[in-house]
Design a protein around this ligand. Structure first.
Ligand code: NAD
Length: 367
């Protein structure tokens, strides 16, 4: 992820009239081999193996951190206490207690602007879905679904890594990996279920370890939450899914809301397509209901020089997330969609903790 961000910053001039011009100046990684790639970025003047050297560097204002979940708390709290701004990777601590401690450090250091990485809502189609919702065309909401679906673990011979071990990834497993991605929009829209149930699956329980011999793979692979949300027009059903084993899905982030008079669907598996539901007059036939596919093009939260008709992808979403992060830090984001907040990350941990309780006690729980 560090290389992905470094590459996005190189494309900064594509943003139109952005108030900030970031430069990547320093990189820390324990593994010197991982640092080598960054020599190709000509603004980088410091490559260090101890992140504390980076935190002591007066040329560094903003830090992005992508490390194992069990390391989040220490590195994030040290960064916040050093007064640096932080774009933290999700899940923002290995569990809800760690997330609460990071949030507390952030509250003690308001000079450190902190947000959490969740780039998928920066796809233009996701922004269109939000704009459609804001129009009110949907009427009373019946149901909503937000999902992040992979098939990266379909192969049972894929070697064990830190994300497949609860000690490093967290007891929440896939909910730690993908939970904030799937909860970002529901939480931003204020959709917190009163009570929820969850279904958790550990589908592949062993994977080849470093010697090739099978070792326990003790993290949840798939998790689905169901709950009722109090909406403006009445309660509606919310389903949130995070799956590492969803055959057919390479990296699908999906968001869908269906109401009495309208509906909207977007999936990154069709990055330009946005589906809207209409009940409209069809020439020669009359009033009929149906889904219509429209195409979103390139523009998202911050305008770019890219022609409006061109397609957007993952790296564009990363650039847009950074544009939003640095604009908000500079006080220039205005009404535009902002990055996930520490409070939203903490709320996602609450949802994961509730899912674990619901599943182990086989009942509905209040998150
Ligand atoms: N937003 C996204 O789309 C997305 C995608 C993948 C991963 N992630 C998140 O990014 C984080 C890292 O995941 P990853 O897949 O990049 O992991 P990774 O294992 O590929 O990379 C982690 C890097 O951190 C380095 N590291 C470990 N301890 C360190 C320390 N003390 N100081 C400096 N460097 C250290 C490792 O050497 C390694 O290079 C996780 O929180 C993960 O959930 C986010």
């Amino acid at each position: 992820m560090g290389r992905e961000i470094a590459a996005a910053i190189q494309r900064w001039p594509a943003l139109v009239d952005h108030p900030v011009r970031p430069r990547l100046v320093a990189v820390a990684d324990l593994n010197p081999a991982a640092l080598e790639w960054f020599r190709g970025i000509d603004t980088v003047t410091s490559l260090v193996t101890d992140y504390r050297d980076l935190l002591a560097d007066p040329d560094v204002d903003v830090v992005y951190i992508a490390v194992r979940h069990d390391l989040h708390e220490q590195l994030y709290v040290d960064t916040i206490r050093a007064g640096k701004s932080l774009l933290a990777e999700k899940p923002f601590g290995i569990d809800d207690a760690a997330a609460a401690r990071i949030l507390a450090a952030s509250a003690e250091h308001p000079e450190s602007f902190v947000r959490v990485s969740s780039e998928m809502p920066f796809f233009p189609g996701a922004q269109w879905a939000l704009r459609y919702l804001a129009s009110g065309a949907i009427g009373r909401i019946i149901e909503a679904r937000s999902a992040f679906l992979h098939s990266s673990d379909l192969d049972p011979t894929k070697p064990l890594n830190w994300k497949r071990q609860a000690v490093y990834c967290g007891a929440a497993g896939v909910m730690n990996d993908l939970g904030l991605h799937a909860w970002h929009l529901p939480l931003r829209l204020g959709w917190m279920p009163r009570e929820l149930t969850a279904t958790l699956q550990n589908i592949v329980t062993e994977r080849p370890g470093p010697t090739g011999a099978p070792e326990p793979c003790d993290t949840w692979d798939n998790a689905v939450w169901h709950g009722l949300v109090d909406g403006e027009g009445g309660e509606f059903s919310l389903t949130v899914e995070t799956k590492r084993i969803s055959p057919g899905d390479k990296n699908s982030w999906e968001f869908e809301v269906i109401g009495m008079t309208g509906g909207v669907r977007f999936s990154t598996s069709d990055p330009v397509g946005v589906w809207v539901f209409e009940n409209s007059e069809v020439p020669g036939i009359g009033r009929e209901q149906g889904w219509r596919r429209i195409e979103s093009g390139s523009q998202s939260v911050w305008p770019t020089v890219t022609g409006g008709i061109f397609e957007a992808g993952f790296s564009d979403a990363i650039l847009q997330m950074w544009a939003a992060f640095l604009a908000e830090r500079a006080g220039s984001l205005g009404e535009r969609f902002g990055c996930a907040t520490p409070e939203e990350a903490v709320a996602t941990h609450r949802m994961a903790a509730a899912a674990l309780r619901s599943w182990s006690e086989a009942r509905r729980v209040a998150p």
